[in-house]
Ligand binder design. Structure first.
Ligand code: 5GP
Ligand code: MG
Length: 180
């Protein structure tokens, strides 16, 4: 697996440090409204980030699962966002925090946010591990951002290419010859 990487973009210790900082920011923002927060991770790319983040959040919360997919294995943007599994809990009057891996063009998060809005939550905020600044849309602002990165395709720490590399602990860039 390691030999498939061109370079490490964000090493594991830097990720851990930043995730702890983000958790502190989230706890401070919600304040008294922390208890009962409903976390909605966008599967599957956010799984490792989610697992680390929620273990740094010291209050009662729920997790609502939903799967959206955009990139069907390819490394370029394109195609519609598809709802693969709908949310499995009621979020009416709950504060909702959407957790995703990457904010790129914003199509995925916009689709999720619009789905959730219909269900009358008390509020919706967005937390992403990575934001690609090249294309980040003006109308969709993330409330919590781990790292701003350049426009490269990254894998590791939950992010895949064709289903692989999610278990790699760092965030890295694949060797270009592996994209096909
Ligand atoms: P958007 O809808 O904002 O254009 O794309 C966001 C989604 O595309 C993310 O939730 C993520 O699943 C996927 N994505 C965007 N950039 C990357 C990347 O560099 N690597 C991987 N593995 N997935 C990405
Ligand atoms: Mg995703």
């Amino acid at each position: 697996m390691e030999q498939d990487l061109d370079r490490i973009l964000i090493p594991r210790d830097k990720i851990q440090e930043r995730v702890r900082e983000m958790a502190r920011g989230i706890a401070a923002t919600y304040g008294d409204e922390c208890d009962g927060l409903m976390i909605v991770p966008i599967l599957a790319g956010s799984i490792i980030f989610l697992a680390d983040l929620i273990r740094c959040l010291p209050f009662k919360m729920g997790i609502g699962l939903m799967t959206m997919s955009r990139y069907r294995g390819a490394t370029t943007t394109g195609g519609d966002t598809q709802l693969i599994h709908d949310l499995n809990v009621d979020i009416k009057n709950r504060h909702v925090l959407i957790v995703d891996d990457v904010l790129d063009s914003g199509g995925t998060l916009r689709a999720v946010r619009d789905q959730l809005r219909h269900r009358e939550p008390a509020s919706i905020r967005i937390c992403v591990l990575l934001r690609k600044t090249a294309r980040a849309p003006k109308d969709l602002l993330a409330d919590f951002v781990g790292f701003d990165i350049e426009d490269v395709f990254v894998v590791g720490y939950g992010l895949d290419y064709n289903g692989h590399y999610r278990n790699w602990p760092d965030i890295g860039v694949l060797r270009p010859e592996l994209y096909s």
